[in-house]
Structure formats: C-alpha cells, structure tokens
Ligand binder design. Structure first.
Ligand code: 3PG
Length: 400
C-alpha cells in the first residue's frame, strides 16, 4: 500500500477487500474488532484523496440477497470509527453499487453490500468467479487486499479480482503476515499452543504441523472430548467426533515420540444440556474429573484445576499461539476456562498471538485489554492455514 500511496491515489477508485465478517445479534454488532482492524488502511487512503470502495462478505448467505446478512450495520460502524459519512450500496455490482461509486467524491468512502449475495463470489467454477470479478473490476482503478480473515478462501474478490487490477497489500495484511511469519520461522522457545473450539476436524492440519514446531499443546473446548475419548475415557454426552479418534491417537503417539507435551483437561464442568445463550439462565454445572464424566452429562468448559494447570504451562512459555475458546464462554457459567487462559497470557511475559474469530472475540467480550496481548489476529481459519504452511490464495494473489 505504501507503493500505491507513493504513486498518488487522489481521485482514484480504490477497492479495499476487507473482512467485515463480524458477529451480529440481530443487527447489533457484538464485536467490532475486524472493522477497527481495517480502519488504518481505509483512513489513510481517504486522507490521500482516494475514492475508497470497501467490500466484504458477512456470514454464509446462499449466493443471493438475504437481509439477515446485510453489511449495513458494519458500514454504519465503519462510518462511526472513521468519523466520516460512509455511503452504502444495497447491491454488489448492480445499479446501486455503480451509482454509489460514481457519486463518490475524493477522500470519501463507500461500502458495497455483502459479496456473497452474488453466487460468483464463492463459486468453484473459475469462469463464474471470473465473471463476477470482471464486474467488480469495473468499480475500481486499484485493489488493496486487507481482509486477512478471508485470504484462505479462493473467492472472486480475494483471488480473481487482484489479477484484474494493480494490486497491493493493506496495513492489516502486512501486520498479520509479519507476526505469523515469526511463529513459523524464528519462534522463541518454549513455544506453547492452546487449541480449543468445537471441532477437532478443523484443527487436524494445524496439529499435524505443530507436532514438528511446538513444545506443548494444550487442548480445551469441544475438541478436548475427542482427545479424552482417544485416551480411553467415557465422555458422556459431550461433543465427540468418534471418527477422529484414531487420528487423535496417532497424534498422541507421535507427540510422545517427539517429546511434545499434550496437556488435556483434568477436570471439566458438566451439565445435562447445552445452556440457553439467549436468556443466559443459570446452568448449575457440576465439576467432575475429566476421566469420570457421568453418562448423560456433557462437558461445557474446562474446570478450575485445569485452568490452574494450563496457566502454569503458559507461565514460562516464551511464545504462545492460542486459537479457540476453552468452553461455551458466551454463557457466564462456562466462561472461566477461557478467561483463565486469557489471564494467563496477560500475566505471562511470552509473546502471545491470539488467533481465531472466536478466541479474539472472547478476549474482548470478557473485557480484556487487547493491548495486553502480543497480537490479536483477525484471522480464524486464515491464521491456522498460514501456520500449517499452506499457500493462501489471497496472499498469493498479492505476491508479484
Ligand atoms: C472467518 O470468519 O474466518 C472469515 O471471515 C472467513 O469466513 P468463512 O469461513 O465463512 O469463509
């Protein structure tokens, strides 16, 4: 982007592919971290006189307009953060988008509607994606990729559009890549990784890779129960990916051979059912040993002894990467495990990277100061795939 700014952008239409995929409660944004993260790029371009066209996906609509996934709330929040009026186009490449962009003055910003309202955005068919990218290209003179959270997607606005316009990386992508590169090249040891979230199947690639890199891997969240099962314990009605048990057993074996320490919960909070996240009615969970989860009970957070254990495993780490909450942190009865990990990172002198939409949101929703962490990534799947060493389409497209 520095190169683009040096060339001069006054009067130029600059397309900024952001990731404004923020969690919503109706039309209320519950965590605006991803919007704040793109403000430096948008503000700098506007300040330099560009006509900034911001685009993003939100959620997973089915390739057609769906009001539940409108970007209008995100556009309004972007305007508040910029302290400037932000125009909003009610379509992506139609009449509204064309007219909105044509009416933009120098230094002004517009947001176009959710890119995934057009089937071409996510199509597996190169021609269909290309056709949509051709239409998007009509809206701009230059492309700035700054939606780090979406760079692992081979989508029209991420992968095909940059090939059609002079393209640059924005400030956010540059920062994210700089930090994650450190974790893959010259990581300071001990290197501890905390993995949580619901599904172990989403994390297999990264675990495979981390077995070669990390010194300790701490497991929490829904995926912990597949690990406990792999160790031969009953997990009651907890979330379990039975088909992943052999893969997990293989990882545990490889870890033991390589001297990588796997840390699993020693106690968990259990209840008969998943809590009500709307009313947040008290759930009255019990604490039980992780190897004695009763039949008919599900684990919903790591327990207090596990929290103490995990904090001790993070206290002397030099580098920590954390992806995924330890429990159903959206409910106050199941937030303590996630809070304990966040607090341990705040207290530890380690360079800590929090990656993943959910864990990054959890840190903010639980009231932690973002500046207390080394880096809070805006990428969930993107940061995991980066750490796996995969080629990310949205980065490859910017790399010439
Ligand atoms: C994310 O939330 O990880 C990104 O915005 C990508 O969203 P997606 O998983 O729906 O492609």
């Amino acid at each position: 982007i520095d190169e683009l700014l040096a060339e001069g952008v006054a009067g130029k239409r600059v397309f900024v592919r952001a990731d404004l995929n923020v969690p919503l409660d109706g039309t209320a944004i519950t965590d605006d971290g991803r919007i704040r993260a793109v403000v430096p790029t948008v503000a700098k371009l506007a300040e330099a006189g560009a006509r900034v066209v911001v685009a993003s996906h939100l959620g997973r609509p089915k390739g057609a307009p769906d009001p539940a996934f409108s970007l209008a709330p995100a556009a309004a929040r972007l305007g508040e953060l910029l302290g400037a009026e932000v125009a909003f186009a009610t379509d992506t490449v139609g009449e509204s988008a064309r007219a909105t962009v044509a009416a933009l003055g120098d230094g002004r910003v517009a947001v176009i509607e959710n890119l995934r309202f057009n089937a071409g955005e996510t199509s597996k068919d190169d021609a269909e994606r290309g056709a949509f990218a051709d239409q998007l290209a009509q809206l701009a003179d230059a492309y700035v990729g700054d939606g780090f959270g979406a760079v692992h997607r081979k989508h029209a606005s991420v992968f095909d559009l940059p090939a059609r316009l002079p393209h640059y990386a924005g400030f956010l992508i540059a920062t994210e890549v700089g930090v994650l590169k450190k974790l893959t090249t010259d990581v300071k040891r001990p290197y501890a990784v905390v993995l949580g979230g619901a599904k172990v199947s989403d994390k297999l690639g990264v675990i495979d890779h981390l077995l070669e890199k990390a010194d300790r891997i701490l497991i929490g969240g829904g995926m912990a129960y597949t690990f406990l099962k792999a160790q031969g314990h009953d997990v009651g009605s907890s979330l379990l990916q039975e088909d992943q048990v052999p893969a997990v057993q293989e990882y545990l074996k490889r870890a033991a051979e390589r001297g990588v320490e796997f840390v699993l919960p020693v106690d968990v909070l259990v209840a008969e059912k998943f809590p009500d996240l709307t009313t947040k009615a008290p759930a009255h969970p019990d604490t039980v040993a992780a190897d004695a989860i009763p039949a008919g009970r599900m684990g919903l957070d790591i327990g207090p002894e596990s929290s103490t254990l995990y904090a001790s495993k993070l206290a002397d780490a030099a580098t920590v990467f954390w992806n995924g909450p330890m429990g159903v942190f959206e409910h106050p009865d199941y937030a303590d495990g996630t809070r304990a990990v966040a607090q341990a990172l705040v207290d530890s002198p380690a360079f800590s990277v929090v990656g993943g939409g959910d864990s990054a949101a959890a840190v903010r929703i639980l009231g932690f100061d973002e500046n207390a962490f080394g880096h809070i990534s805006t990428g969930g799947g993107a940061s995991l795939e980066y750490l796996e060493g995969k080629t990310l389409p949205g980065l490859a497209a910017l790399e010439d």
